[in-house]
Design a protein. Structure first.
Length: 213
């Protein structure tokens, strides 16, 4: 899904909020280390990208890859005991560290004035390059470790974001008989696929639709 319009960009951001909150509740229930921290970092990142004017398209592409990682991590948290293996926890910790760097970069970008931003645009682009490369590398690791229970569409890096998000909702819904909390997330999240973003996240992010512009 190319973020070529405000509506498409908002959909990417909204889907990522849903995925972050779904993973947060699963992480809370399962007590898997680092996952709650991942979700806590992603929500303010989404908020900053939503209001960004400089490097916005680039940041939206990064968020789209973050959404893919959240889908993969949710699958692993539900279906695989391997997610708590020391090697995997180390990789999630690395992912957390990269999200912290991205958060710091976006905060710096937001706080710089227009003139300073122009002078530092090369440095900012380099920081985003580093974050994107690290996130993509870890995304490849997460998707490679997904179990065969997921459809192949969710495993593909180039799958449409909307298709992947629908796969995530179906994955969450499939757990309704064994986990009431996840079931509630799935029912609330399904509103997004029908165009209504009514999930109440643990850290609410409001999106600007551009109607007042």
């Amino acid at each position: 899904m190319a973020p070529s319009s405000p509506a498409t960009a908002n959909k990417i951001l909204e889907y990522t909020v849903v995925a972050a909150n779904a993973l947060h509740d699963i992480a809370t229930a399962s007590q898997i280390p680092f996952l709650s921290r991942v979700c806590a970092l992603i929500l303010p990142i989404i908020s900053m990208v939503q209001s960004a004017r400089f490097q916005r398209e680039r940041c939206l592409c990064i968020v789209e890859e973050i959404h893919h990682s959240l889908c993969a991590l949710t699958s692993l948290a539900i279906h695989s005991d391997h997610i708590q293996a020391p090697e995997m926890l180390n990789q999630i910790a690395q992912y957390t560290g990269t999200l912290q760097k991205l958060d710091a970069c976006l905060r710096s970008l937001r706080e710089l004035g227009t003139i300073k931003r122009l002078f530092k645009q090369g440095e900012i682009a380099a920081q985003l390059d580093t974050c994107e490369m690290e996130l993509r590398t870890l995304l490849g690791i997460f998707t490679a470790k997904q179990t065969v229970r997921l459809t192949t569409a969710l495993d593909q890096l180039n799958v449409d974001t909307e298709t992947r998000h629908q796969e995530l909702l179906e994955l969450i819904a499939s757990q309704s008989s064994s986990c009431e909390t996840v079931s509630l997330i799935g029912r609330s999240s399904s509103n997004v696929s029908s165009g209504t973003f009514s999930l109440l996240p643990y850290n609410y992010v409001q999106f600007d639709t551009g109607r007042d512009a």
